[in-house]
Design a protein around this ligand. Structure first.
Ligand code: ADP
Ligand code: MG
Length: 608
């Protein structure tokens, strides 16, 4: 008996639709692309229930006339190409004429549209293959409303994730579009609340500030690079080594203005950050790559999200090196600002090889050594001390692994004799040890000590009542947002209560925080609550506690520039010695660094 049956058209269409529309964020992306193709300059998106109930995209683009408005829901109906030969010169997102047909197959769609020259607009509804069209009053542009996604495909609807997760995907999609088109005015409201409102901007950096938060301006670095021989240029903004996330949601790659996911691009980015940010943390980055279209293939995926490069290695190298250089430049500027170490003038060594205070410079050690080696004369005329540094001595570090073990071990107060020499540059504690000079960054070290204490004393923090309770002003919206999170502060020993509609009062704090800028901490927490609003509850809890502790530790810790007494230095060293994770501060900077006696002696040519 014959087994093959031809599926009814509407069933086949539903199945085909699944390729284009897997989740609400895909619908949002298709509608945004259509609006951009229609030359819109203002796009407004509203969603409800993670896009499952409602997705509405309103644009001020070209709009459609009656005939197009009727045709646009037909399969393979596109205004963007007429023959396949036009594909190579295509400048629009769409060309398959599949999106609206697919969306209409699995949801209830209505559309308002009007061309500039038309006297009146049109209202089109599409459901179960029937199209109705009638005149309507509306502004120029197109207003698409999608309701009840997958209402007729319960099996697929079941696979949709909960509201927060789908919302997160949509926000990510909208952010990507806003990055790809900085000159667009983008607006997003989620369940009736405005979440994004981004007027046009000139740079990626300004976009970051709009889309993330105002602190982005402080932490993002602009990047730019070109490989004209390979037809590639890139520009964008990346976070410095002090700003990172717990997931990849702050990473965006745009290739010829198209948001793409490409594992290799992400990997190249992380390689650029190698050793600079702590493990398990991810940078924030929005990178726009312009490349000769002949050198890429974007048609490998039905949703055109993936991309294949003709020269993947060149691309990787360009991204990695651009990022590495930007971070290096930034850290060396910071180092210059923070410390000015006296270094004996030397024409063979660059000063940066001796200034090892940031993770970034740890990463560059190997490179420094390599360039150092290169700068040495190849013959035996090299001074003996340097000749041994050049690899002939067993005890000389030549690999990054050896260097790591030599730079990172912290002072061992139990085993070896040590003397606190004093404070250098009001920032570093100098300790004489049998086998070298140990330097501790007093702020980083104290931050780590306090962070660990705050973690251990969680919910049991010794507190003091403030003689003069601190008043904190914030907007009524922020106060409302904070109200459901006051417990978070309480668990960390900060008693905070609403005082008026836009003021909070702090009655008590942990002992260490009694002189800290509490206003700053509270505002920072408000920022995080907003930033993490779409993170799962459990992860939110973990992340926000972690961040709050780090912030409290940072604000309560001694600062660079604070003068410490001998006793205070001794205390700090003792506490650091027993602190877990004592090698770095909660932001990932090293707390201490060893200058081996052997190396010092070599510098003075006492040792060869
Ligand atoms: P494609 O974008 O691949 O052409 P779609 O199904 O997404 O296919 O859209 C079909 C057609 O409907 C488009 O080619 C375009 O002519 C028209 N269209 C869709 N959305 C809009 C919009 N927001 N503004 C103007 N025209 C639109
Ligand atoms: Mg389209």
């Amino acid at each position: 008996m014959a087994k093959i049956k031809q599926l009814p058209l509407h069933e086949a269409q539903k199945i085909a639709a699944g390729q284009v529309v897997e989740r609400p964020a895909n619908v949002v992306k298709e509608l945004l692309e259509n609006a951009i193709d229609a030359k819109a300059t203002h796009i407004s998106i509203s969603i409800e229930d993670g896009g499952k109930q409602l997705i509405r995209v309103v644009d001020n683009g070209s709009g459609m006339d009656r005939e197009d408005a009727k045709l646009c829901f037909e399969k393979h109906a596109t205004s963007k190409i007429s023959t396949v030969d036009e594909l190579p010169s295509l400048t629009t997102f769409g060309f398959r004429g599949e999106a609206l047909a697919s969306i209409a197959a699995v949801s209830k769609v209505s559309l308002l549209t009007k061309e500039q020259s038309a006297t009146e607009g049109l209202h089109v509804t599409a459901q179960e293959g029937t199209i109705q069209i009638e005149p309507a009053g509306c502004p120029q542009g197109t207003d698409v409303t999608i309701r009840d996604l997958f209402y007729n495909m319960p099996a697929r609807a079941k696979f949709l994730k909960k509201r927060e997760t789908e919302t997160r995907h949509i926000i990510h999609t909208v952010q990507a579009m806003a990055f790809a088109y900085p000159h667009l005015h983008v607006h997003l409201s989620v369940d009736g609340k405005q979440l994004i409102n981004c007027p046009p901007q000139d740079t990626m950096l300004q976009r970051c500030v709009q889309l993330w938060d105002a602190t982005a301006a402080k932490h993002m670095l602009s990047i730019e690079a070109t490989r004209s021989d390979k037809g590639i240029s890139l520009c964008g903004a990346i976070s410095n080594h002090q700003w990172f996330r717990y997931d990849r949601s702050g990473i965006f790659f745009l290739v010829n203005n198209r948001w793409v996911t490409n594992v290799q691009l992400g990997r190249s980015l992380l390689k650029g950050y190698n050793n600079v940010i702590p493990r398990g943390r991810y940078p924030m980055a929005a990178i726009s790559i312009m490349i000769n279209p002949a050198l890429i293939d974007v048609n490998t995926h039905p949703r055109k999200e993936e991309i294949i490069f003709a020269h993947p290695r060149t691309m990787e190298q360009l991204i990695r090196e651009t990022i590495r250089k930007a971070l290096e430049q930034h850290t060396s500027k910071q180092i210059k600002k923070e410390v000015s170490l006296y270094l004996p003038p030397s024409n063979t060594r660059s000063s940066s090889s001796s200034v090892l205070f940031t993770p970034a410079s740890f990463a560059s050690v190997e490179k420094d050594i390599a360039s150092f080696k290169e700068s040495l004369p190849a013959t035996a005329t090299a001074p003996k001390a340097y000749a041994s540094f050049n690899g002939s001595s067993q005890s000389t570090p030549t690999t990054s692994q050896e260097i790591e073990t030599k730079t990172i071990p912290i002072i061992d107060t139990t085993q070896k004799a040590h003397t606190v020499i004093g404070q250098f540059s009001k920032t570093y504690i100098l300790i004489e040890q049998e086998d070298g000079l140990f330097l501790i960054d007093q702020h980083a070290a104290h931050e780590r000590i306090l962070y660990e204490q705050f973690s251990q004393q969680f919910q049991n923090m010794p507190t003091i009542n403030l003689m003069f309770p601190q008043m904190i002003s914030c907007s009524a919206q922020d106060l409302a947002l904070l109200e459901s999170h006051l417990e978070l502060f309480k668990e960390h020993g900060i008693t905070i209560e609403p005082f008026s509609k836009d003021q909070l009062i702090i009655q008590s704090t942990p002992v260490h925080l009694k002189n800290a800028p509490l206003q700053e901490i509270v505002h920072q927490v408000i920022g995080w609550i907003k930033e993490l609003s779409n993170v799962d509850k459990e992860q939110f809890h973990k992340m926000i506690h972690d961040k709050l502790r780090a912030q409290m530790a940072c604000k309560a810790a001694v600062k660079a520039g604070d003068i410490l007494t001998q006793t205070q230095m001794q205390e700090l060293i003792k506490d650091l010695h027993v602190a877990p994770n004592r090698f770095s501060c909660p932001h990932g900077r090293p707390t201490g660094w060893m200058l081996p006696l052997y190396d010092i002696e070599k510098k003075f040519r006492r040792k060869t």
